[in-house]
Design a binder for this molecule. Structure first.
Ligand code: SF4
Length: 274
């Protein structure tokens, strides 16, 4: 299977441009910012330029689409890991138009558009009430404050599949009031992995898992991140203690893995949810 992404829940990652500006606490240790600073170039923040790409880059999804057709399958494409497609700047409008056309041309790819700016979606897409079947629209939700701000915007949009990325999960979430009419079809959850990572209490992710099970929502637990519940025998790693005395240890995210109460959670939504 073709795959150019290390992210568990996607086959490919496509970035129409690089660069972004921070909008909420989830952005504090932004992976894209750390990576772009390594390459140099002022593509960060409200005043920064964005980095654009040529035809070779834009042709890649056409190739993935052909591969998917040949294999009689579909590939998921995460868009975007190094920017936010719905950053509302006029210098990005031309690239966005190219992206919408590309999405419409690549019917064997499912495009997962993930944004922290759902309030800008309606005015930036050309699809009105008729979204293409191959677009999944998601928003990031790190805590209750941002769930309350972003979810009403997301669920008002008639994308075929709507999803949440609760990573880094920074607090307990109560989503009950947003899921009355089959509004959310998929929830991804995970802890933070970055320098200065913030620990995720296991009960926050358990709460999401149980909520999804009750509501019939597909659930994907991506990772603990750098902090995981402490094993019985501690061997001197950095620790963090929550107010309820639960101890988390700081380790490599690969060591911490993605097992939750003895299970991995890898669900995906049906292509056409009822
Ligand atoms: S929206 Fe995404 S890409 Fe932009 S700063 Fe926040 S985490 Fe980084």
């Amino acid at each position: 299977m073709g795959k150019n992404s290390h992210i568990e829940w996607t086959h490919h990652t496509f970035n129409p441009w690089w660069g972004c500006a921070k909008v909420s606490p989830a952005c504090a240790h932004c992976y894209a910012e750390t990576l772009t600073k390594r390459f140099g170039g002022a593509i960060w923040g409200v005043k920064g330029q964005r980095r654009f790409f040529g035809d070779a880059h834009w042709n890649e999804p056409l190739r993935w689409n052909k591969e998917a057709q040949r294999a009689k399958t579909r590939f998921r494409v995460f868009c975007a890991s190094m920017s936010d497609v719905f950053e509302d700047r006029r210098d990005l409008d031309g690239e966005r138009l190219k992206l919408w056309a590309l999405i419409e041309k690549t019917k064997s790819l499912d495009w997962l558009l993930l944004t922290k700016r759902p309030e800008a979606v309606e005015r930036l897409v050309p699809w009105g009430e008729h979204w293409p079947d191959n677009v999944w629209l998601g928003t990031s939700v790190e805590n209750q404050e941002w769930a309350d701000k972003r979810l009403p915007k997301l669920i008002a949009i008639p994308a075929k599949i709507r999803f949440l990325s609760c990573e880094p999960l920074l607090g307990a979430l109560d989503l009950t009031r947003f899921t009355k009419k089959n509004t959310i079809h998929w929830i991804i959850a995970g802890g933070e992995s970055a320098k200065g990572a913030r620990p995720m209490h296991p009960d926050w992710v358990r709460g999401l898992r149980d909520f999804c099970e009750k509501q019939g929502i597909a659930f994907h637990f991506k990772q603990w991140g750098n902090f995981a519940p402490a094993p019985k025998k501690l061997t001197g790693q950095t620790q963090f203690t929550f107010p309820d005395d639960l101890v988390m240890v700081l380790r490599n995210k690969a060591v911490n893995g993605r097992n939750l109460d003895g299970k991995t959670h890898d669900e995906f939504p049906p292509r056409f949810p009822k």
